[in-house]
Design a protein around this ligand. Structure first.
Ligand SMILES: Nc1ncnc2c1ncn2[C@@H]1O[C@H](COP(=O)(O)OP(=O)(O)OP(=O)(O)O)[C@@H](O)[C@H]1O
Length: 582
């Protein structure tokens, strides 16, 4: 019986499965016509080849045939290459198989063309900047806990090289030793360079100072060099800070860069005589760092003019308002030659305006505010002083430093607190320097005496001390001549003393913002630290916020006495309302 052409599939199926096990042709082939029999026998050759291939071990799988293409003899006995079978396989044109085989052999000689790089499957850190897509930027911001608001905000910078800072400034950054930008620097510097007003919120010790100083220097480097005439016109920029210590702290950080770029920065703070400070200003300074009170004093006495100042930075702006400096801040802004109420220009226009020398009348002020916490006052201040600000927040605003383990204990009397403090410091868990916060000046002396008694040389920092005494105390602590600093909230903000191992709140801060700034004196620049706080019922206005903060901290535990305390169940304001209702 002549097998119908269409029946090959059945035989093929039967044959290939059997061929895999039994090389002899199956019995039904006895009745095949010669052509089909020939076809069958040739396919048996292919099945045998496949069987041999399957018998080889995995290690042989990577065949490295050492024969050249012209040695390939398969076309002699394998009809599929010769096209004899193509007709029976229903291929339209027997030459097609030949063509396909020739093409296949040609391709074997052509090295594999590199596939288009699959950029989408790469991590943002492996991509060139021009291949970064919206999704990559979203992942990048999540990696650094960056969130922004305020219209279209420039993308963060992935590295110093991509910052857009001038090469001279990048060289200074490298010499200072900042290998990688911190999160706030990555996010805030590109925004500031786009001439936008900025609100920067990042935890204490996260590098906020450099995040506003570097773009400021990038602006100043474009301005004419101060000469004998223009230096009397005053600085190109002012940086306002709520306390003398923070102002001097910012000066130290700013000088790291100014000294390498040939710029001068001068701090104007209380505690030094006006003549001392006017002498320092006579040499001219591109940047003046000041506390608001003393700066207003210098302006009113004509010791300082701000006739070419178009750049204002407010560090710890909420604290400045808390300390009652709002009136002085307003006076300072009124003394500038520009305001920020110019009509809203687009950002390119802003860049032109800010780079134009002061001669042009259509200038406006660039203003920035930085803080580690975000109390309601910040929103009000921002509306008053900033123009279309971009807000950059690292982590959740007001979050305590993630590197600080926060411990709290209920210790009610001063005597018990002194004994407990001695126990903790004699345990050997902590090494100098440490900082101990109290709420009133007289407690400074009392705690310092106790520390000296147990062998921890203590220095004191509070508003009643002269400026020289305050600066000397900080210097002794930084230079290792003292083991402990006992301070009121004066030092709570911004003071940067390297490697503080312990912050102790002998008295709990009056509010959670001050508590956050205090404990931020340790765990800075990415290092870890411990904060220990003594509580009593007198601190219950802070219990709710404190419990929330401890709960969010991966390193800290909420003691049962605080967790269960009635005052920790609702915010102070809400509790007051409930009491009034009862
Ligand atoms: N990119 C960086 N790489 C390494 N160290 C840095 C970097 N930026 C800043 N620092 C260092 O980190 C420390 C803290 O910086 P800075 O005082 O600016 O923090 P801060 O956020 O202003 O703190 P605070 O909120 O207390 O004012 C400083 O000693 C500074 O030199």
């Amino acid at each position: 019986m002549q097998q119908q052409k269409g029946d090959y599939s059945r035989n093929f199926k039967g044959s290939s499965r059997n061929a895999a096990k039994d090389p002899s042709p199956p019995p039904e082939t006895e009745n095949l016509d010669p052509e089909t029999k020939l076809l069958r026998e040739r396919y048996m050759g292919i099945a045998e080849l496949r069987r041999q291939k399957r018998r080889r071990t995995a290690s042989d799988r990577k065949f490295t045939f050492d024969w050249k293409t012209e040695d390939d003899t398969s076309s002699d006995y394998n009809p599929i290459y010769r096209g004899e079978v193509s007709a029976s396989l229903g291929l339209k044109n027997t030459g097609e198989a030949e063509e396909r085989k020739k093409r296949a052999l040609e391709l074997q000689e052509v090295p594999r063309k590199k596939k288009d790089t699959d950029w989408d499957s790469m991590h943002w850190s492996e991509k060139p900047l021009d291949k970064m897509k919206e999704r990559d930027w979203r992942i990048f911001k999540e990696d650094f806990s960056i969130s922004t608001k305020g219209g279209s905000v420039p993308n963060p910078m992935r590295s110093w090289e991509e910052s857009g800072l001038p090469p001279e400034i990048l060289r200074a950054v490298e010499e200072v030793g900042y290998k990688e930008p911190s999160a706030i620097q990555r996010a805030a510097i590109p925004v500031a360079l786009s001439c936008r007003d900025v609100i920067g919120v990042a935890e204490t010790g996260s590098g906020k100072t450099a995040s506003f100083v570097l773009p400021l220097l990038s602006y100043i480097i474009e301005m004419p060099v101060l000469n004998e005439v223009t230096k009397s016109d005053g600085p190109y920029a002012i940086i306002l800070a709520p306390t003398r210590e923070l102002a001097q702290q910012i000066e130290t950080e700013t000088r790291k860069f100014c000294n390498r770029l040939g710029f001068r920065c001068v701090s104007i703070v209380g505690g030094h005589t006006i003549s001392e400070q006017s002498f320092a200003l006579q040499e001219g300074a591109e940047i003046v760092i000041a506390t608001p009170g003393r700066l207003v004093d210098c302006i009113e006495r004509r010791v300082l003019v701000l006739s070419q100042c178009c750049y204002v930075i407010m560090d710890e702006a909420d604290r400045m308002i808390d300390l009652g400096f709002e009136e002085q801040v307003n006076k300072i802004l009124e003394a500038l030659p520009v305001t920020n109420t110019k009509p809203d220009n687009d950002d390119a226009e802003n860049a032109r305006l800010m780079s134009t020398y002061l001669g042009g009348k259509d200038r406006y002020r660039q203003t920035m505010m930085y803080t580690a916490t975000m109390p309601p006052a910040i929103e009000r201040i921002a509306r008053q002083y900033l123009r279309r600000p971009a807000t950059v927040i690292i982590g959740s605003a007001g979050q305590a430093v993630g590197t600080v383990e926060q411990r709290v204990e209920f210790v009610t009397t001063e005597e018990k607190r002194k004994r407990r403090m001695a126990e903790i410091l004699n345990s050997g868990e902590f090494q100098a320097p440490i900082i101990v916060f109290v709420n009133i000046k007289k407690n400074c002396d009392m705690v310092a005496r106790e520390l000296n008694r147990i062998g921890w040389k203590a220095v004191i920092l509070h508003g009643g001390k002269s400026q020289d005494q305050r600066e000397a105390a900080l210097k002794q602590l930084r230079d290792g001549e003292a083991d402990a600093l006992v301070a009121t909230d004066l030092a709570g903000r911004g003071i940067d003393v390297p490697d503080v191992s312990l912050v102790m709140n002998f008295n709990m801060a009056k509010n959670i913002e001050d508590y956050t700034h205090r404990i931020g004196r340790t765990g800075r620049a990415g290092k870890s630290g411990i904060a220990m706080t003594f509580l009593s019922n007198g601190d219950q206005d802070t219990f709710y916020d404190l419990k929330q903060m401890l709960s969010k901290s991966a390193l800290s535990k909420v003691p049962d006495e605080l967790r269960r305390h009635e005052a920790a169940q609702a915010k102070f304001a809400a509790r007051k309302t409930m009491q009034n209702i009862q």
